[in-house]
Each structure stands twice: as C-alpha cells, then as structure tokens.
Design a protein around this ligand. Sequence first.
Ligand code: SF4
Ligand code: SF4
Length: 439
Amino acid sequence: MDIIHSQDSLIIRFINVKYSDLLIISKYCFKVSVDDGELWYHTLTRELIYLSNKELNSIYSDKELNNYLQDHLFLIDNSFNEKKFVDEIKSFLNLVNKTNKGIKQFIILPTTACNARCYYCYELGRKKVSMDLKTALDVAKYIIDNAQGKIEIEWFGGEPLCNTEAIDVICKELNKNNINYSSIMVSNAYLFDEILVKKAKTDWNLKLIQITIDGSEKIYNKTKSFIYKDINAYQRVLDNIELLSKEDIRVEIRLNMDNSNVDDLNELVDLLRDRFVEYKNINIYTVLLRDFGFNINEFENKDLALDAYENLQNKLFKMGYGTKKYINNKIQVNQCMADCDESIVILPDGRLGKCEHESEDNLIGSIYSDKKDLNMLNAWKETIEIDYCKECLFYPDCIKLKKCAWNKDGCDEYSRKEMTINLKLKLLNEFHNFMEKEN
Ligand code: SF4
Ligand code: SF4
C-alpha cells in the first residue's frame, strides 16, 4: 500500500475507532482503477492510498492492512453512523470559522463594459458602468482600511482591461501604502501589449490570469465578435498569452464548451499544445457552458454533454494539462467568495457584493458605509440539502449555495456526475505526481 495524500490532521483528532469484524467499506470511499490496483480516496479524511490487486484481495485477511484501513475510516463497523460523525465535525468547523479574521480577498470590477460580444455572456443587457478615478481612490482607501495581512486582489468585469486607469490608481495607492498584495485577473487579454504586460507584472503584481478561448481561429473570432474590425483577435490573444507567460504570469486557458464547438475544441487543444509546449506556466482546462437564461447551444441531453466534457478533460490530462487542482489539505468550509467572510466584491460605483457574477442584485452594502445587509450576507450562506445528501459520497466536502446560479437546478444526478469526473481527475493528478516523484 502507498499513501499518496495523508489524512487531514484535524480530522484525525476526532477519530476513535472501535475495531470490529462486521466491516463495510465507508460510503465516503471513492475508488478509481489504475494499473494493477485501485486508488481509494476518503472524502472526509482526504486520505488517498494506492492498493495493489494483491492487497485488494486481502483487506479482510491481512491483519496489519485491515487495522490500517479501520484506523483511517476506509473500513468501518457496519453500525457506525458516518453521517452523524461528519455532521459533528462540520458543526465544529463552522464554530471555529466564525472568528473574524478580516478581509483577505477583494474582487474588484473596474468596469462592467466589455470589448467582446460573446453570444453566451450572462452580462448581456446589464448596465455598463466604469469606475471613475475618484471612486478608484476611495476603493484603495477601503482596501487599506480593511485588509488583514497579505491580501489577494482579483480583477473581474466586464473586461478589466477596458479600465486600466482605475487599476493603476488603486495599485499606485496600495503600493504607496506598502500593502502586501498580489493580484489575479479574469480577462480576454485582447488589450495587452508588451508594455502593459510589464506594467501588470511590476505595478499590479499580477500573478495569474484566466483567459477564455472558445475555439480555433475562425470560431474564436466569430464567438468573441470583438468591437474592433479587421483584426485577427485570435492571433493577437495567443501572442499576448505568450507575452504574459514569458513575464512569469501564470496563464489558465479556459475552454468554454457547448454543443457548437466540441470537435473544434479537440483540435484547438492540439494547436495550443504545439504553440505553448515550452511554457510550463500555462494550463488548459474546460468547462461546460450552462443555460443561465442566456443563449447557449445546448447538447441534446446531459449525458452527451458530460461525455464530451469527460473526453476533453481526459485528453487534456494525457497532455499534462486539465484540472491542475489537487486535493485540498483542509476540509472545505466555503463554496466560494460568496459564503466566505474573508472575501468581498467591489462594483465600479463602490457598492459591495458577495458574488462576482452579481453586479445588480443581491448586494450587501457600499464602501461608503459601515452598515452591511446582514440578511443578505446570511442568505449567501444558505446551502442546498436534499434527501440524497444522506448517502452521497460528496457529503463531507460538499457546499452548494442556494443563491449560486450554478446550482439553480438544485443538485441532480448530472451535477454529481460532473463532480465525480472532476474528483477522478484530481486523484489521477495526485497519483501521477506521486509516481513521477517515486521514479
Ligand atoms: S448537495 Fe448534492 S453533491 Fe452535495 S452532498 Fe447533497 S447530494 Fe451530494
Ligand atoms: S457564481 Fe456561484 S460559485 Fe461563482 S462566485 Fe457566485 S456564488 Fe460563488
């Protein structure tokens, strides 16, 4: 047996095993077949182990192995109430996390305007507002007054590069006041050039950027429909990805998939791999577009969508890309910024929100007032609970927010299938890394 990822040190303190002969495999144990054996992952303890086929045949007869699997909750007494045990740990973690640690992540929208016109954009039809320079100064002051320790700034939009003046003002103030920060950005990257990339690196402290590419040249240019004419946006953005990568800014290329571009994305990843093979700080991953009330090209059914998604993720994984997410070392206590007390979203006019995708509704206050809408803050923390949760593999680590647009259909079999695909890739990533180190 090999331990690929150890169990959560906090969870270990709760475990008090009563050894038994009436053993069953934990419902929180997820198995993935690999060469000559299986990976076993426990969604509560986060331990990942590799068992050879020989060991798999002796989990009940090999005393030492059997004790290990009991000690680590892979095997449990069949009367043990696992869900109750998980609920106790979750309540404890919620109590521990109530302490106010201040704000560590500021998600700033310098503008809600954009220079592209993607057909699937959820922001189509929303008001376009850009942060003026006086508000940018006020935002910087708000950050200086509220930041705790090292902070992260995420530039979001709209297209953040459509208002670099506001970014400059905010960063200049933070630099002047010695605020310890780094930044990340979600951008189409069209407006970068050599000078702006250097500025992003030195003045904005930009460490990572997420850029969406929706297809190869023809499809990309048609999908993005940039407002500029007679320019090959696809080539320009690829050149900019190279500039960013050369400046040591990590690039996450996101491939938005719907029924219209599956085959093209498969070709695109080959093109991207060939173009960027020497850049180790570029990753490529895919997501399925969802119908949030805007126009996407839906698959005939959800099974076909998940198959296409899994196939592309697998292809990326074999190329050394794909989800680079590994197992979290700590049990998850938040879904995202929306239910995290350490994150805040700042809109172009200084209003405050919790979700970067909500620029008009469900807001919680303003940088100009100390008062926050506590009802709204609490509403962002409400989670989905359905009957199936009692038996679900993901229960120990699952937080699905009711207000999140991603969960607008609640939790169905397909959302769990998607989670299963993602978890399997994370585990294979860990295993792959482990094997590389071993060899
Ligand atoms: S919300 Fe869905 S994924 Fe989460 S524990 Fe419940 S059934 Fe599982
Ligand atoms: S869309 Fe959902 S996951 Fe994304 S920030 Fe908003 S609440 Fe969180």
